[in-house]
Design a protein around this ligand. Structure first.
Ligand code: 0A1
Ligand code: ZN
Length: 880
């Protein structure tokens, strides 16, 4: 809690650290009533420091200082200053040892930063600035040191004691206590420090690296989760192999550990050799986890593992460079997932997230560049822009260079910067040096915020056989940035002839062996391209594979979209054409009279998708998902959410009524047979099955109702059981809904991850997630305000997914959210700040909604003692 106005931190103020730390020797005495931390740092003045005489300043947060000693001698009180958030030692020699003893209370740490307790175990979260909640330290990523950590605790309560690196010593102590000492040979920034102490079971496996080293793989979980580790362990081994094969990166320590904890602010953390995971992002079994969870776990395990190189061996100089590790690592985990499953489906999923949520962020008050120039609270900058747009920027470099030069660039980057803390510019430079390409203009992707808009127009000169395409780029203003320069955009495209055949793309008349797909490079505000030898006006397939994170505006006719939907050789663009068509149809019905006709060709197109088993079923499963309400809102101005919701539901019901028999056949055809497997084919089958079921229940089909009840009770996996539950909950049958919800809870009440899903299904549903029902969920015995997953699964899901209820015209949804944000602000500011997100978009909505959303933001703003996290989000949202 802070009362004074938070300071803004600027990239332009970056200075090298005044002191460097060579080694850190830590001793943790863990007790029930607190922990004593003894820290001995060997420090020396940085020869590169700009102010040679500067005092030593160490960061701290919520610490009780017990003593300070310099080279073994306790310092007199006037030799140092304890400013609460800083420990200042006025005069120090050029090289010295500083010993600091602090007392902390992990059992009362509800912020979940630093050292805290979760389900009785001690664990840590130090990124970005959590280490300063453990001891005084230069808490910045460009200070890298070798850590040695001794943990002491009751042997009975905490038999497992873990930290980074290798265990080098262990033994017994008086009073039933024991200790283990860990040594990490790799210098690292303190944000990668980790400690775990608990009564955990250990699951072991092995991995042999490409150079023949044997690595000990260990997972630590609470005993009740012992059977939920296999999927994560297999994912880990696949990730290790993939990073060797695709990037030539081998694991470097002898042990790799993963720990699951129930209370965690984010998904997982890449601490050196000791990754800590939110239980929901690592534990899985056929009975308790959906296909989506299995895929997410594989991706997150990979992500954290890949950080060992992109993040740990080469880390960030300062937090403005966060995307250096996050953008690159998301790109890597996305390539990995694509290789493990269906590349087209993975691309569709990534783009859906980007276009729905990152574009919204880019268009809102928190818009910032991939490399921000300032922040108040760095925890607010773990954003879709840093992660997802950052990954798209790396993907564009990959597209521009091609896979071989990109690999050369990444090899050079790792070789040149191993063991260093560097910048996004160093990354781009390595790519330039390895490829010989000039990425000067490309760097603007890191500096300019906002989503570029490409306006495309075309004409066909029949007499000359020339098809002309004009592309104009424009980057909208964002807070603090206007009049932006044109960016370097790879623009992949193809042209289709009347029979759907891909046309050769001749950029000059008579060009030989012209390809049927090209990546055009846009660098100016306007470009004109001429394609020769074209006999009839083609249909353009633009921005194939979503080759850049931009919006494309082109006056597609419904005819053209239907044509692309069935003919485009690029699967991604086939899906995209279907989305554009559905968006056009739905948005044309917003506010239209009840009897307005619904485009009949949409039904025909969907009939074909559902009924043609020759089509790629994984792609079909994606194509059948109508654009989400969130995406429709993103594409609207002055959005009226209840009206958008109604229009979308109308289209869904119309499709379901018109295609009833086809859906029933689709359901029957996709019923499971054989063992449960998580392959792209099986995932597509379950997705089609559950889509068909949910559509049929929307039209209250009696036969489908019986099928749902049966699937719900007989399913042999969570995807199908939860699919049936969701369909029943969203149907109009109150009895079925209540019965299914009660039965589900009864069966899974002892499994927190499943209970979270049970909360989410209700909070997202119009039928089960009215505000009074949400209040009832908050009073449910399984709900826990201290557990971020529970808060997200009720409050976050209500505000982010149950959009018609959240945007109730009476403003009750907004008021509710404001109240919960204020309540969480004191206990967990990071989670509180994230929950504000839906309100920050207030300018997108119709005037009546806007005013009420703004009032809710003002109410949060006026809460006394607002945290820095929430302060930043709310004040930026309310600024003009
Ligand atoms: N670096 C982690 C994400 C992470 C970030 C911040 C955290 O606490 C504030 C926790 C985790 C990752 O990218 O997986
Ligand atoms: Zn990451």
């Amino acid at each position: 809690m802070r009362t004074n106005q938070p300071q803004t931190i600027y990239l332009s103020d970056y200075r090298v650290p005044a002191y460097l730390v060579d080694t850190v020797d830590l001793r943790f005495e863990l007790f029930e009533e607190g922990a004593r931390v003894h820290s001995t740092l060997s420090l020396r003045r940085n020869p590169a420091a700009t102010e040679p005489g500067a005092p030593l300043e160490l960061d701290g947060d919520s610490l009780r200082l017990e003593s300070v000693a310099l080279d073994g001698n306790n310092l007199a009180p006037d030799a140092y200053e304890d400013r609460g958030d800083q420990l200042v030692v006025h005069s120090v020699p050029g090289q010295f040892e500083l010993t600091v003893v602090t007392w902390i209370e992990p059992q009362n740490n509800t912020r979940l930063e630093g050292l805290y307790k979760s389900s009785g175990m001690f664990c840590t979260q130090c990124e970005a600035e959590g280490f300063r909640c453990i001891t005084y330290f230069p808490d910045r990523p460009d200070v890298m040191a070798r850590f040695r950590t001794r943990i002491e605790a009751s042997r009975q309560a905490y038999p497992v004691l873990l930290s980074n690196g290798n265990d080098v010593d262990r033994g017994e102590l008086d009073g039933g206590r024991h200790f283990v000492t860990w040594e990490d040979p790799f210098p690292k920034p303190c944000y990668l420090f980790a400690l775990v102490a608990g009564d955990l079971v250990e699951k072991r496996d092995r991995f042999t690296t490409m150079s023949g080293r044997d690595i000990d793989l260990r997972m630590y979980v609470e005993p009740r989760n012992a059977e939920k580790c296999d999927h994560a362990m297999d994912s880990l081994k696949r990730s290790m192999r993939w990073d060797e094969e695709v990037y030539g990166r081998e694991y470097d320590l002898d042990i790799f550990m993963i720990v699951a904890v129930d209370d965690f602010n984010m998904g997982a953390m890449e601490n050196k050799g000791l990754n800590i995971f939110n239980s929901s992002c690592v534990l899985a079994s056929q009975d308790t986890a959906t296909d989506l969870a299995f895929q997410r776990i594989e991706a997150i395990v990979a992500h954290e593992y890949f950080h060992n190189w992109s993040g740990n061996r080469v880390t960030c100089r300062d937090w403005f460079q966060l995307s250096l590790k996050e953008g690159f690592t998301v790109f890597r985990d996305s390539q990995f997932s694509s290789d493990m499953g269906s590349p087209t489906v993975k691309r569709i999923e990534d783009v859906t997230l980007l276009r729905t949520a990152q574009f919204a962020e880019d268009g809102g008050p928190m818009a910032h560049p991939v490399r921000p120039a300032s922040y108040m609270e760095i925890s607010n900058f773990y954003t879709l822009t840093i992660y997802e747009k950052g990954a798209e920027v790396v993907r564009m470099i990959h597209t521009l260079l091609g896979p071989d030069l990109f690999r050369k660039g990444s090899d050079l980057y790792f070789e040149r910067h191993d063991g260093q803390a560097v910048t996004t510019d160093d990354f781009v430079k390595a790519m330039e040096d390895a490829s010989g390409r000039d990425l000067g203009q490309f760097r603007l992707w890191y500096e300019q915020a906002g989503t570029p808009v490409l306006t495309v127009s075309d004409d066909f000169d029949e007499a000359r056989g020339v098809y002309r395409l004009s592309v104009e780029q424009c980057i909208p203003d964002t807070p603090g940035q206007s009049r932006k320069k044109p960016q370097h955009i790879p623009f992949a495209l193809g042209l289709l002839g009347g029979d759907g055949e891909p046309l050769p793309l001749l950029l000059a008349a008579g060009e030989k062996n012209a390809p049927v797909e090209r990546v055009l490079e846009l660098t100016d505000e306007v470009h004109h391209f001429e394609f020769h030898g074209v006999r009839e006006k083609p249909v353009p397939s633009l921005l194939r594979h979503f080759s850049a994170p931009v919006r494309v505006e082109y006056p597609w006719s419904r005819e053209q979209l239907l044509f692309l939907m069935s003919h485009d050789p690029d699967g991604f663009n086939r899906w995209d054409a279907g989305q554009r068509l559905a968006v056009d149809v739905i948005l044309s019905l917003v506010g239209a009279p009840e009897n307005a006709t619904i485009e009949p060709r949409l039904v025909t197109a969907y009939r074909q998708l559902i009924s043609d088993p020759e089509l790629d079923q994984a792609l079909v499963a994606k194509m059948l998902q109508l654009p989400s309400e969130a995406y429709l809102i993103e594409l609207s101005e002055d959005a009226d959410v209840p009206a958008i919701h109604q229009a979308r539901e109308r289209v869904l019901r119309h499709l379901a009524l018109s295609l009833r028999d086809e859906l029933m056949a689709c359901y029957q055809r996709n019923l499971s047979s054989g063992d449960y497997v998580v392959t792209p084919e099986a995932i597509a089958r379950r997705s089609l099955l559950n889509t068909a079921l949910s559509w049929l229940l929307m039209i209250n089909d009696e036969e489908a109702r019986a099928l749902a009840a049966r699937q719900f009770s007989e399913a042999d996996n969570m995807t199908d059981r939860l699919g049936a539950l969701r369909a029943l909950v969203n149907s109009d049958y109150d009895g079925d809904r209540n019965q299914a919800l009660a039965a589900f809870y009864q069966r899974f009440q002892n499994d927190p991850q499943v209970v979270e899903q049970w909360f989410s299904v209700q909070a997202a549903s119009q039928q089960a997630g009215s505000l009074s029902q949400i209040h009832a969920l908050l009073r449910h015995p399984a709900f826990d305000w201290k557990n971020p997953n529970k808060v997200r699964s009720v409050v976050g899901v209500f505000a982010g997914q149950n959009l018609a209820a959240f945007h109730d015209p009476d403003g009750s949804g907004y008021e509710f959210l404001a109240e919960q944000v204020c309540r969480l602000d004191d206990s967990n500011p990071q989670i509180a700040a994230r929950l504000v997100t839906p309100l920050t978009r207030w300018k997108k909505f119709a005037p009546a909604y806007r005013a009420l959303m703004k009032a809710a933001l003002e109410r949060i703003r006026d809460k006394p003692g607002l945290s820095r996290d929430v302060y930043e989000v709310v004040h930026k949202s309310l600024a003009d």
